[in-house]
Ligand binder design. Structure first.
Ligand code: ZN
Length: 451
C-alpha cells in the first residue's frame, strides 16, 4: 500500500466531513421514507433509481419462480391504494397516509362487510396503542390492515366499505449491486436490504450509510480491496444473490459488513461473524472502542439479525459481521410507525458511518506487511531522523497509545515479516491508523521494507 492510498482511506481526511455527511444521509432517509417497498415491486425500483444518482448500480431482475437454495422468488406485488370507509362516513387506514396501514403483500378486495368480519383482518399492538405495527404476509394469501390499537377500539359498529387495490402476479425481484475495483480482486462486501416500507431506522438508515460509504470509497484514488455493495431484499434477496454467485463468493469475499438499523443513537454494535475471530472481527473489536461512543461486540447467532446469517451459513461460512446501533427487535419502535425520520439522527448515522469506515480502513491498513531491513537490536532513530533531538520525560499517566514514538517502537520491534499491524494493534492497544503512520515513516526512512 502506498502513502497516497492509505491517506485516502483516512477518516482524518478533510473530505470526510462527518457532520455534512450525517445531514446528507438524514436527507436521503427523508427522501426515501414515503416509498412503499417490499420483496418485489415498483417501490424497490423507485428506491434504487434514487440511489442510482449516487451509486453506479447494476440491476438484475430475477424472474418470479426462480429457485435459490430451495427458496422461490415470489410473485411481484404492486400496491396502489387501500382504505376503510366506516358507517360514519369516515375514511380510515389510508395507504396514501401511511403505507404501514396495508398488510404487506395484501390481496386486493373491494366489498362491504360488518365490523366483526373486518376485525379479523385488522392488526394492532395492544401494548403500544399509539403505534401502527409493520405486518406482512409474504407466503400466505391474505388481505388486511394495520392501525393503532386506539383507532381499532374506536371503530363504530356497522357496515364498512373495504377497498384494497393491489396486484400480485409473476414479474421479477430486483437485485442491485455496485463494484469499486481495487488492486486486488479480493472483495469486501457491504450488504443491506431494501425491502422495508416506511420505517427509517429499519432500514433506510442502512441504505443511507451504505450509500455514503460508497461515496467515500469511490472518492479514494486507489484501494487494495475490491468493494462490492449489495442492495437486495432481506433473506430471499441475499439468498438469491449467493445462489447466483456461489463460487465467486467463496473464492473472492475476504470479509464483509451487513448494515441494519444504524441510524439511532444506541450503542454501536458489532455482531461477530460466524468465524468469530476473523480479521474483520478482530479489527471491529479494536475500532469500536476508539469511536468515542457507547459500543458492544456480540457473539454470532443464527436466531436474530440480518443477512450475515446467509453469508455465515455453513456452506459459505464467510467472515461477514453485522453492524447495528440499537439491535433490531430490541428497540421500542422496532417494526412500527414510531420508527420514523425523527427516530434516526444525523449523529446516529454519522457515528455508524465512521465505524464502518474505520473497519474498512483497518482492513486496508492490515493488507500491507512490513519487515525490518536489519532486525538486530533497535535502530539508531536519530540517525534516521525518527526522533526529536531533545528528550523530555513524559508526565506520569501519559497516554502511550497516542504517542507516535511509542507506535514507532512497536512497529520496529514487531515488523518482522511474521506479525501484521493488526497483531501489533492488539498487543499494544495503539490504533491501526497510528501504527500505519509509524510504519510509513519507518519505511520512508529505510528502516523497514514493504513485503
Ligand atoms: Zn426489519
Amino acid at each position: 500500500m502506498t502513502e497516497k492510498q492509505r491517506k485516502a482511506l483516512d477518516h482524518k481526511n478533510p473530505d470526510f466531513d462527518v457532520d455534512a455527511l450525517g445531514n446528507w444521509m438524514h436527507d436521503l432517509v427523508k427522501q426515501l421514507f414515503p416509498i412503499c417497498r417490499s420483496l418485489t415491486g415498483p417501490g424497490n425500483r423507485e428506491t434504487l433509481a434514487i440511489l442510482g444518482e449516487t451509486v453506479d448500480l447494476e440491476l438484475t431482475e430475477v424472474p418470479s419462480g426462480t429457485e435459490a437454495f430451495g427458496w422461490t422468488v415470489p410473485d411481484e406485488w404492486s400496491p396502489r391504494s387501500a382504505e376503510i370507509v366506516g358507517p360514519d362516513g369516515v375514511t380510515r387506514a389510508r395507504f396514501a397516509d401511511n403505507n404501514l396501514h396495508l398488510l404487506g403483500c395484501s390481496d386486493p378486495i373491494d366489498r362491504e362487510m360488518e365490523l366483526e368480519e373486518l376485525l379479523e383482518h385488522v392488526y394492532t399492538l395492544p401494548d403500544e396503542p399509539d403505534l401502527i405495527p409493520y405486518v406482512v404476509s409474504y407466503f400466505n394469501r391474505n388481505w388486511g390492515f394495520a392501525m393503532t390499537d386506539r383507532e381499532k377500539q374506536a371503530l363504530p359498529p356497522g357496515r364498512y366499505n373495504i377497498k384494497i387495490d393491489t396486484t400480485l402476479r409473476p414479474g421479477s425481484m430486483t437485485l442491485a449491486e455496485a463494484v469499486l475495483p481495487g488492486t486486488s480482486d479480493r472483495e469486501i462486501v457491504v450488504s443491506t436490504y431494501i425491502c422495508h416500507p416506511s420505517m427509517a431506522n429499519d432500514n433506510l438508515s442502512s441504505i443511507a450509510v451504505a450509500t455514503a460509504l460508497y461515496k467515500l470509497i469511490a472518492g479514494t484514488p486507489q484501494r487494495h480491496y475490491t468493494y462490492r455493495f449489495l442492495f437486495v431484499p432481506e433473506t430471499i434477496g441475499a439468498i438469491t444473490w449467493l445462489s447466483r454467485n456461489t463460487e465467486h463468493a467463496k473464492e473472492k469475499i475476504a470479509a464483509g459488513i451487513v448494515l441494519s438499523c444504524v441510524g439511532d443513537d444506541g450503542p454501536l454494535t458489532w455482531k461477530l461473524s460466524r468465524q468469530g475471530d476473523s480479521e474483520i472481527d478482530r479489527i471491529a473489536r479494536l475500532a469500536l472502542p476508539k469511536m468515542g461512543l457507547d459500543h458492544q461486540v456480540t457473539p454470532f447467532g443464527p436466531a436474530k439479525g440480518s443477512d450475515e446469517r446467509q453469508f455465515g451459513s455453513p456452506g459459505f461460512d464467510l467472515p461477514v459481521g453485522l453492524l447495528t446501533r440499537s439491535v433490531p427487535g430490541q428497540f421500542r419502535v422496532y417494526h412500527t410507525s414510531g420508527d420514523d425520520t425523527d427516530f434516526v439522527t444525523p449523529s446516529g448515522l454519522s457515528g455508524s458511518l465512521r465505524a464502518a469506515y474505520a473497519i474498512i480502513e483497518g482492513l486496508e491498513i492490515n493488507s500491507q506487511r512490513y519487515k525490518r531491513v536489519d532486525p538486530h537490536c533497535e535502530p539508531m532513530l536519530s540517525k534516521y531522523g525518527l526522533i526529536h533531538a531533545v528528550a523530555v520525560r513524559n508526565s506520569i499517566g501519559y497516554d502511550m497509545t497516542t504517542d507516535p514514538l511509542v507506535a514507532l517502537r512497536w512497529v520496529l520491534n514487531f515488523c518482522d515479516g511474521e506479525h501484521s499491524l493488526l497483531d501489533i494493534a492488539e498487543r499494544s492497544d495503539i490504533a491501526l491508523p497510528a501504527l500505519a503512520d509509524a510504519a510509513e515513516r519507518a519505511r520512508d526512512a529505510g528502516v523497514i521494507l514493504e513485503l
